[in-house]
Structure formats: structure tokens, C-alpha cells
Design a protein around this ligand. Structure first.
Ligand code: G4P
Ligand code: NA
Ligand code: NA
Length: 194
């Protein structure tokens, strides 16, 4: 998605040669117009996939997921990282290990929002080592629903997450694929060459 790549080049900051800071439009301040374009791109890609629900994880996946859900006209569910006071019903749970943050967290999703009839589009802001996406797939599959696709805003193609998802047969679509953050410069995967 050209618009997103431009914004990454203009406003992204590379930290330590491997982390991309995008808090001007995605991870802290949110650009609603850009989110809408992202939602449209996901919806266009998965419009024939019979999607009935969008599933994401708090917090940064929610904005692009809501836009995709709006355009696909389906509900959006976000997995929670903290058990809430009102979240007392039957839960699907799994553990997700974050390599970036060096911690393992239990995440939750209420059973009542998914059933075996559902075809789910998973959306997240970043794909790095794939642990968040794989955790979301586990939650969805625990309910009997099918993962019909995975939409990622920014894929760090130099990490192994994409490979893990491909190997499990998931259909992954990323709006921007980063080949390298070396020398604190963003280089995208040359889509024409792959
Ligand atoms: P993984 O899920 O692919 O294995 O990735 P990892 O454990 O490394 O990611 C942990 C968190 O860091 C996730 O956010 C993920 O979106 C984010 N992340 C990974 N690489 C980058 C990066 O280069 N830049 C930025 N900005 N974020 C990155 P989270 O903990 O779920 O936080 P939230 O922002 O969604 O609340
Ligand atoms: Na994030
Ligand atoms: Na995320």
C-alpha cells in the first residue's frame, strides 16, 4: 500500500536497527484517514473469503481492525491482555510470548462471540516473530471457528513470523513489508521481485 509506505518513510523512526517507531499514525496518535484506507485494502483483499468476524488484539490492532470490520460489515472482537471486571463468562485463553518485551502474557476472548460457523479475519499492527498472530489463531481455533485470513499492517519480513504463518497454511496479507531496518533506514521488500 503506497500511502502507508510513504508515511513510514516520512514519519517512521528506526530504533536500534530493528524496531520501527510509528507513533505518529499507528501506535499512539492515530490517523483515521490512513486507517480507513487500510481497512479498505484489507476488505478488498478478503472480500471473497466469506468473513463473518474480525479478530484483533489490544491495543494497536483495534483501529485498523475496526475499519476493516466497518467495510466488510462484520463485528470486530479484540483479545484482551488483562482480565476485566465484567469478563467473567467462559473464556478462551492462550499464552503469548513477546520477544520484544521479553514477557509471556495470558490473553482472553469470550467464548460467546465466536462459533464454529465463523470465518475469521485476524488483523494486527505488526508481524515480527509471529507470536501474537499465532496466539490469535489458537484462540479462534479453540472456538471451532476458521481462520480465513490474516491481515497485517506492517510486516518485518526480516524476522521469522511470516514463515511460521505460511508453514501453517494461513493466508497472510501485509500492507507494507519491510526487508531491512539496517543503518536506521527503512527498505521495503521489492514486491515486483518476489
Ligand atoms: P510477534 O507478536 O510478531 O512475535 O512480535 P513481538 O512479540 O516482537 O511484538 C510484541 C509487541 O511489539 C506487539 O505489540 C507488536 O505489535 C510490537 N512490535 C514488534 N515489532 C515492532 C516494531 O518494530 N515497531 C513497533 N512499533 N511495534 C513492534 P503489543 O505489545 O501487542 O502492543 P500494542 O501496541 O498493540 O498495545
Ligand atoms: Na503493537
Ligand atoms: Na499488536
Amino acid at each position: 500500500m503506497e500511502l502507508l509506505k510513504q508515511r513510514i518513510q516520512e514519519q517512521g523512526k528506526v530504533l536500534d536497527g530493528h524496531v520501527l517507531k510509528v507513533d505518529r499514525f499507528l501506535n499512539h496518535q492515530i490517523d483515521p484517514n490512513l486507517m480507513k484506507e487500510m481497512g479498505q485494502a484489507f476488505a478488498d483483499k478478503f472480500k471473497e473469503a466469506g468473513i463473518t468476524k474480525v479478530v484483533t488484539i489490544e491495543s494497536s490492532g483495534i483501529a485498523p481492525a475496526v475499519m476493516a470490520g466497518l467495510i466488510l460489515d462484520v463485528p470486530v472482537i479484540f483479545a484482551r491482555k488483562k482480565q476485566s471486571l465484567t469478563l467473567k463468562e467462559d473464556l478462551l485463553t492462550t499464552e503469548i510470548t513477546s520477544y520484544t518485551k521479553q514477557e509471556t502474557k495470558e490473553v482472553y476472548l469470550s467464548k460467546k462471540f465466536l462459533s464454529k460457523e465463523d470465518r475469521v479475519l485476524i488483523i494486527d499492527d505488526f508481524l515480527a516473530k509471529g507470536e501474537a498472530a499465532l496466539g490469535l489463531c489458537r484462540l479462534v481455533e479453540q472456538s471451532g471457528a476458521k481462520v480465513a485470513g490474516i491481515g497485517i499492517v506492517i510486516e518485518k519480513a526480516f524476522q521469522n513470523g511470516r514463515k511460521k504463518l505460511d508453514e501453517k497454511g494461513y493466508h497472510v496479507y501485509s500492507l507494507a513489508r519491510i526487508a531491512s531496518l539496517e543503518n536506521n533506514a527503512v527498505t521495503f521488500v521489492d514486491e515486483a521481485a518476489c
